[in-house]
Write a protein that binds this ligand. Structure first.
Ligand SMILES: Cc1cc2nc3c(=O)[nH]c(=O)nc-3n(C[C@H](O)[C@H](O)[C@H](O)COP(=O)(O)O)c2cc1C
Length: 214
C-alpha cells in the first residue's frame, strides 16, 4: 500500500450521517473489520473490552430510540457496540494468563511475575480506582483500528457517543455482567444524499496539533 492510498482514505472518510440501507458489507470485508477489532493493542494485552455486533433489527430500533434517534443505528449495514469492563478482578487476569499459556505453549508458572505485576497495578494499586476509565480507553483504541481499516476498504463509518449508555446496557442485557457500554460505530456505505460527505474537513493545523520536541 502506498502513501497516497492511505492519505486518500483518511481524507475520504467522514463521520457518515446517512447510510444507504440497500448496501451491505460483504462477509469477506467483515472478516477483515472483525480482525481490526480483535487485533487492536491494549495495555498489558489484557483486552478489557467486548464488541457487540447488533444484527437484530428490533434491538437496533430500541437502541436508536436511546441514541437521539440517529438514523445510523438502524440504517448502517453493521452496528458495533463497544463495552468495557467496569471492574477488574483476579479471575479476569487469570483468564488472560491461561490464554497466553495456551497460545504460546508456556507454563502458568513462567507467567507468575507478569500476573502479579498486573494484579498489583490494576487491582491493588491506585489505578484500581479509575479502572473503568482505563478499560474504556483501551476500547477506544479498537474503535480507531476499526475506523481506519474501514476507510482503507472504502467502507463508511460513524463513530458515536450520542446515546444513553444506561439504556444501552439495559437493552443489551449487560446489567450485572460487569460490561458497560462505552461507544459505538455504525458501518456501511454512504447515501449519495448525505451532505456531510461534501463538507471540508475541519482540523487545527499540523503546527497547532503537532510539536516536535528537539
Ligand atoms: C468518540 C466520538 C463520538 C462521536 N459521536 C457522534 C455521534 O453520536 N453522532 C454523529 O453523527 N457523529 C459523532 N461523532 C463524529 C464527529 O462529530 C466527527 O468525527 C468529527 O466532527 C470530525 O469529522 P469527520 O469524522 O467527518 O472528519 C463522534 C466522533 C467520535 C470520535
Amino acid at each position: 500500500m502506498n502513501h497516497s492510498t492511505i492519505n486518500e482514505a483518511l481524507n475520504w472518510r467522514y463521520a457518515t450521517k446517512k447510510f444507504d440501507t440497500s448496501k451491505k458489507i460483504s462477509a469477506l470485508d467483515w472478516k477483515v473489520l472483525q480482525n481490526a477489532l480483535t487485533m487492536a493493542p491494549s495495555s498489558y494485552g489484557l483486552q478489557p473490552f467486548k464488541f457487540f455486533v447488533v444484527e437484530n433489527p428490533e434491538v437496533r430500533e430500541k437502541l436508536k430510540a436511546s441514541s437521539w434517534n440517529q438514523g445510523q443505528v438502524t440504517d448502517a449495514s453493521h452496528y458495533v457496540v463497544f463495552a468495557a469492563k467496569e471492574k477488574l478482578d483476579e479471575e479476569f487476569i487469570q483468564k488472560y494468563i491461561n490464554r497466553i499459556a495456551e497460545v504460546r505453549g508456556v507454563s502458568q508458572e513462567s507467567l507468575d511475575g507478569f500476573k502479579s505485576s498486573m494484579v498489583e497495578a490494576l487491582i491493588k494499586g491506585p489505578c484500581a480506582k479509575t479502572i473503568d476509565s482505563w478499560a474504556q480507553r483501551q476500547a477506544y483504541i479498537s474503535m480507531g483500528f476499526l475506523m481506519e481499516t474501514a476507510a482503507l476498504l472504502n467502507i463508511d463509518a460513524c463513530p458515536m457517543e450520542g446515546f444513553d449508555p444506561q439504556s444501552y446496557d439495559k437493552i443489551l442485557n449487560l446489567e450485572g455482567t460487569g460490561w458497560k457500554t462505552v461507544s459505538t460505530v455504525a458501518l456501511g456505505y454512504r447515501h449519495p444524499d448525505d451532505a456531510y460527505q461534501n463538507l471540508k474537513k475541519v482540523r487545527f493545523s499540523d503546527e497547532t496539533l503537532i510539536e516536535y520536541v528537539k
